[in-house]
Design a protein around this ligand. Structure first.
Ligand code: DGT
Ligand code: CA
Ligand code: CA
Ligand code: ZN
Length: 579
């Protein structure tokens, strides 16, 4: 793990423990510092070696935190953290991994019931002890039980957003090895699936042993799981990285095979067989002519395998993008010449869902606007949370505060380096209503409406009601799912998509790796219905603008083209769409 990430983790653990002990405000200072250190391009270990003043160069790191950072770099921990751990010996990360359980809940349940780990939590919930703790009830207890079950089910798969950086680091590493030829990610990571079982990397080389040897010595490999003559596996940042090394002439066929999905490969193999061709990880073979005289089996002439393009070409198919290889009709579409021209990473021109310090973001409107320019955006929509039933207390703005913010945006507008749409993220209540006043909604440039709580059961009517609201422009994270934490509401996507198309309301792909909501198969249905997609990050800080690529590749998994996506338009084009 990068030293910056290790130090940030320690500061965040300390922040969690402070919060769990009921210490107010201070934990936020630590979280901000942790975030800045995590995102800083400066190497924290190098700064710490120069002393606390050097560490204070990093944004949000003051004197007291800088000393703790130096101590943590030198010893792996700092004194106050050890004290806090001793005072409350809980498995914080495991416990807060359960939906609805935050540090404050961990603290309360530790004090009341001595809950220290997941097993304790599960037992306490099963025994009905949690409902009797002050501030908790039967419903919370039931939610905790469901949360534990969901957390356990998803064990063993990593978020795309956690796996991608590790896979890309491996790729960078191989690209610098002289013996390695072509290098590519394969498997689910190349298809940009929301969760990743293991990271697959493919390298073409004439000196396979040299590549394997280098890999097992990779400085980011924490453990070597296995090493053979043409494959190896290591663990890096807790994730399994599978390497295969093939001769350059088989790179294309191996890449096609190991990209999967398995279902796509099976269908492609059958497609080949119908045309007297055989396809496998070594190439495409023409089996129409040659017959082995001994076995009577047809062996065949190799007609492709060096490039992946050549593999599809040998089957008389155009190249099929990895994100589409999920057996959702892509081979038929390719054969019919009907493949979409998928949206590309650079085509998104702005972000229509983000937060500032007015609600639960950490930065000012100006800071978010400046960061947006730096990122290359032409416009943003400030969509801070509105208050309302079901919103976590204290986070959202009431109508009066939203009016104030609207006035401030109008005031700043001409000085800001990008077009800033004044918006809101309104909560969609269980009955589908929106808690912001209609006149205010009508005055805002852009209204995002999203579900945040009460996410059980079918949510189709609820979401359709919001889609039909005359002022709502975008439905944010339509299901409310949090990957590994909660499934979100069930949606009949066809019904939702048809309503969205009829009412000119866009449906969001929320690009945050914890959400990816909507997801590939749903996006495909939405696009087929002719509804509009918005790809947003829900950024709470500038570095989160980077999440947009996860959204774009999710859109590609749903076969979306640039003109299916609202924010590939310029600012005027977006303004035309908004109600
Ligand atoms: P994951 O790791 O669970 O997120 O999913 P994948 O798709 O990365 O699967 P993985 O790592 O087991 O294998 C990588 C690719 O290798 C897979 O997408 C397709 C190919 N593959 C693996 N096993 C088979 C198999 O039994 N049959 C076929 N046709 N392809 C396979
Ligand atoms: Ca894999
Ligand atoms: Ca694998
Ligand atoms: Zn939201």
């Amino acid at each position: 793990m990068r030293p910056n990430a290790e130090i940030a983790d320690l500061l965040e653990e300390y922040a969690d423990l402070l919060e769990a002990q009921g210490v107010e405000y201070k934990h936020r200072t630590y979280r901000r510092a942790a975030e800045s250190i995590r995102d800083s391009p400066e190497d924290i270990a190098a700064l710490a070696a120069e002393g606390p003043e050097a560490v204070q160069q990093i944004q949000d790191v003051g004197e007291s935190i800088s000393k703790k950072v130096v101590e943590a770099v030198e010893t792996g921990v700092f004194e106050q953290l050890e004290e806090a751990r001793a005072e409350m010996p809980v498995e914080m990360a495991a416990l807060t991994g359960v939906e609805g359980v935050g540090p404050k809940t961990v603290g309360d349940l530790y004090h009341a019931l001595d809950v220290r780990d997941l097993d304790d939590l599960e037992n306490a919930a099963r025994e009905g002890e949690i409902r009797d703790v002050s501030g908790f009830g039967e419903k919370t207890e039931r939610n905790i039980l469901e949360g534990i079950e969901f957390a356990r089910q998803s064990q063993g798969r990593e978020l795309l957003g956690d796996a991608r950086p590790v896979g890309e680091a491996a790729l960078d590493f191989f690209e610098a090895i002289p013996e390695a030829g072509r290098c590519e990610l394969a498997g689910s990571l190349r298809r940009w699936k929301p969760t990743i079982g293991d990271i697959d990397v493919l390298v073409g080389s004439d000196d396979r042993q040299a590549v394997i040897d280098a890999f097992t010595d990779w400085e980011q490999a924490d453990e070597v799981i296995e090493a053979g003559t043409d494959k190896a596996a290591v663990r890096s940042e807790g994730q399994r990285v599978d390497l295969r090394v093939v001769v350059p002439d088989e790179f294309g066929s191996a890449l096609q095979y190991f990209t999967g999905s398995k279902q796509h490969n099976i269908r492609l193999r059958n497609y080949a067989i119908e045309r007297d061709l055989k396809i496998n990880e070594y190439g495409v073979f023409d089996v129409s002519q040659v017959e082995d005289p001994n076995s009577g089996q047809r062996v065949g002439q190799r007609v492709a395998g060096r490039t992946e393009d050549g593999m599809y070409d040998a089957l008389e198919l155009p190249f099929i993008e990895p994100e589409m290889r999920e057996d959702r009709g892509e081979i038929d579409a390719a054969a019919d010449g009907d493949l979409p021209d998928l949206i590309a990473e650079g085509e998104v021109r702005g972000d229509l869902h983000l937060h500032t310090e007015w609600s639960d973001g950490e930065y000012t409107i100006e800071q978010m606007a400046e960061a947006a320019v730096e990122f290359g955006h032409d416009y943003i929509c400030v969509s801070d949370h509105a208050t309302g039933p079901g919103m976590v207390g204290g986070v959202g703005l009431d109508d009066e505060e939203l009016r104030e913010q609207l006035a401030e945006i109008r005031d700043l507008e001409s000085d800001l380096p990008v077009t800033v749409f004044a918006g809101v993220e309104a909560n969609i209540a269980k009955d589908g209503s929106i808690s912001v006043g209609d006149d205010l909604l009508a005055d805002l440039d852009c209204v995002v409406a999203s579900p945040h709580s009460g996410l059980e059961g079918d949510g189709t009517d609820r979401i359709v009601a919001a889609i039909e609201h005359p002022s709502v422009d975008i439905i944010g994270h339509p299901s409310g799912r949090m990957i590994h934490r909660r499934p979100g509401v069930e949606l009949d996507i066809d019904v939702v998509a048809r309503a969205a198309a009829e009412n000119d309301t866009a449906l969001e792909i929320n690009s945050n790796p914890h959400r990816l909501d909507l997801w590939g198969s749903a996006v495909k249905q939405v696009v087929e219905c002719g509804a509009t997609i918005a790809i947003d990050t829900d950024a709470h800080s500038p570095p989160e603008y980077e999440y947009v690529r996860y959204g774009v590749h999710t859109a590609r998994r749903g076969w979306a083209q640039a003109d299916d996506v609202l924010n590939t338009r310029d600012a005027e084009g977006v303004r035309d769409f908004l109600h």
